[in-house]
Write a protein that binds this ligand. Structure first.
Ligand code: NAI
Length: 334
């Protein structure tokens, strides 16, 4: 049987890491028919929109996507593909596991870091509700709802119980944003009460940043509103070797889109040195989601073996090989 998966190569280094990842997934022997769909700057030039309907329709059909990063211009220009996609498919969970790879030398390499971020993915300051009140004054609306807060908290605690995780930390700024973050926090508390077996605590976001850097090994699962989740994901990626490493999944009740945390990396595009580990580890999550547990574990083991050996790593993690040489090394170990 072949699975249908929508492949969005994206912009910048997206096509480079996407083709490396497709090669690695195909080498596991799992039969996938890729429906290739252009989104981002690539689609804007051809279709006049960054998110053509064909992309959403393909994902509605296949229900599973693997996505490379897409460009979002700063300040002006078109809206974010990611924000639009997450809203259109109601992908309300952004799941980002942060784990130390064996053998990888980082500032924190001797710590057993294994935390996971559950970022609310559909609202908060990403609602895109901004307007100019009068010249020189703009408003940007932070929207927090009970429905979205409850379901991200529920997803976090359910994952904790299913995977035997011990602790959930809710991150907020309810001391200042008393109504919006206050509502988020009350929803987390409400859900926490249904899971007395899981330890629950709350941290103000600025303190959370300091604690994560000081004691990253003491964190287990974090549940956060959209903006704090975005920022803390990159901070946490920095603990385990950077953006070239960390995978992610956007999950809804019907659909799942797997993508790395990193962006289009304009500074290294076209050089053939992008690290495909983050998208490959996203594909590990995708294979598990498809029910291909054995292939998923084999791909993860292949990636880890290459890191443990340390000879075929890309420059961002201290090596000197190319994207395709790293990919060959992973494939050789499958
Ligand atoms: P970025 O993640 O593209 O790059 C930050 C730094 O990390 C750069 O030095 C880059 O070379 C490095 N880096 C990132 N991924 C890497 C990889 N796989 N291998 C080796 N090095 C890697 O973040 P930046 O520069 O803030 O954003 C660039 C563009 O990407 C923007 O248009 C932004 O909107 C977009 N973006 C898209 C995302 C998505 O589609 N999921 C997520 C984040 C940013």
């Amino acid at each position: 049987m072949a699975y249908s998966v929508t492949l969005i190569p994206g912009d910048g280094i997206g096509p480079e890491v996407a083709s490396a990842t497709v090669r690695a997934v195909e080498a596991t022997g799992v039969n996938i028919e890729w429906e290739i769909a252009e989104a981002g700057a690539a689609a804007l030039a051809e279709y006049g929109t960054v998110l053509p309907n064909a992309v959403v329709e393909s994902l509605q059909r296949t229900r599973v996507g693997l996505k490379g990063p897409t460009t979002t211009p700063v300040g002006t220009g078109h809206a974010s593909v990611n924000v639009a996609l997450r809203k259109r498919l109601d992908l309300y969970v952004n799941f980002r596991p942060i784990r130390m790879l064996p053998g990888l030398y980082t500032r924190f390499h001797d710590l057993p870091i294994n935390l996971a971020i559950f970022r609310e993915n559909t609202e908060d300051l990403y609602s895109g509700l901004e307007h100019e009140v009068v010249p020189g004054v703009v408003e940007s609306l932070k929207v927090i709802t009970r429905t979205a807060s409850l379901r991200i908290a529920q997803a976090t605690f359910e994952y904790a119980r299913r995977e035997g995780r011990k602790k959930v930390s809710a991150v907020h700024k309810a001391n200042i944003m008393k109504l919006s973050d206050g509502l988020f926090l009350r929803c987390c508390r409400e859900v926490a009460e249904q899971f007395p077996d899981i330890e629950y605590r709350e941290l103000i976001v600025d303190n959370a940043c300091m604690q994560i850097v000081m004691r990253p090994e003491s964190f287990d699962l974090l549940v956060l509103p959209n903006l704090y989740g975005d920022i803390i994901s990159d901070l946490a990626a920095g603990l385990v070797g950077g953006l070239g490493i960390v995978p992610g999944a956007n999950l809804g009740t019907e659909h799942a889109v797997f993508e790395a945390v990193h962006g289009t990396a304009p500074d290294i595009v076209g050089k053939g040195i992008a690290n495909p580990t983050a998208l490959m580890q996203s594909a590990v999550l995708m294979l598990a989601h498809l029910g291909e547990r054995e292939a998923s574990q084999r791909l993860q083991a292949g990636i880890e073996a290459v890191y443990a050996e340390g000879k075929s790593l890309t420059p961002d993690v201290g090596g000197s090989v190319s994207t395709s040489q790293f990919t060959d090394a992973v494939i050789a170990r499958l």
